[in-house]
Design a protein around this ligand. Sequence first.
Ligand code: NIG
Ligand code: FE
Length: 424
Amino acid sequence: MIAVDLLVLHAGQLLTCASPHGPKRKAEMLDTGLIEDGAVAILDGKIVEAGPSSQLLPKYSPAARLDAAGKVVCPGFVDPHTHVVYAGNRVNEFELRIQGASYMEIMAAGGGIVSSARAVQAASLAQLVAETQPRLDAMLRLGTTTVEIKTGYGLNVESELKLLQAIEQLAGSHACTLVPTFLGAHAIPAEYKADPEQYVRLVVEEMLPRAAAWYAQSSFKSAGIPFCCDVFCELNAFSLNQSRRILQAAQSLGLAVKIHADEFTPLGGVTLAVESHALSADHLDVTTPAERALLANSDTVGVLLPAVNFNLGSAHFADARALLDAGCAVALSTDINPGSAPCPSMPLVMAIAARYQHMLPAEALNASTINAAYAIGMAGKVGSIETGKQADLLILNIGDYRQLSYQFGDNLVQTVIKNGVVRA
Ligand code: NIG
Ligand code: FE
């Protein structure tokens, strides 16, 4: 008998979501790696083996057992695109939008991202950490065990670095695995409106080298967690050319890259992402068929953020079906942020993706676990229940995994196991 710390057993459906050779595409998206009456053996926070209970029970001698009692067990969700570190809120803009103002109108009038930037610039590091903590707690309760977090509400050297420090402090204190992304190019600050090129130079010449130096000394680097650079490629934000220069500068400093592309305006961001071997291209609300085909033939993951469309009251969603059918690797994310998606819930995102994007429950689950892990360069560590990965798993209060997309509004997560630790 092999000694382990924990044996989770009798999962009615154990969904491994395993895909060791790359993100899932096409028919693979329908394969959840379902094992009936499944079990997972865990040692030192890592998965030793997953398989049928009948095979694992005679093989392992666990210090503790957890009977899943016929419920669904799946990987902890990976949220691969968030802006969860911020200060204050934008509930005033929410009311303006209810009364008919559009997100882009509010942004053009000096609200939106730059108004959150004013709040972040005024906030202390301790305040940013304290305000973010309960949001991460909510995400963990809702089953998210890995969270990518972008900067982008600093918009000056000092405040962008403050956001990176906040992410690092939270990573040290919070149970979730956090993955940092530099998004200095999130909006043109008011003081650069007359000369956006000057801000692009600040990002390229000052912010990026400082961010890269921060990462080199950070706990993320020593833990083998990657560092990305993202850019908001959009009208009134960063042009395709500016986005290219920023991502190239990031790559020359050794960062991986990703891009906000085609949220409102198709500027060619997907082509740039594919040419740059970006980990992901995110939003894709107005992506053309030609760029869908390009994405399908690349390793870049398409990250869809339907809580944004829902929150903006839009009936238009990214064409997930066309992306999936073309063979794109698709992931889902909340995009949690104070403006376009104040939403911590991956299950709600799955529910929206089913109804408005025609994603089947199996596709939504793979998109929220293994493909999301690939989208942030973390698939070697998280996103599936496979030998050697972090023991991040959920016991759901349902017997059929399809209920995860079908039911909504309640929290179906009964138990979160994070790095092998059972959380109350
Ligand atoms: O992904 N699109 C740019 N960034 C965020 C919105 C952030 C905000 O509104 O504060 C997004 O939707
Ligand atoms: Fe975003």
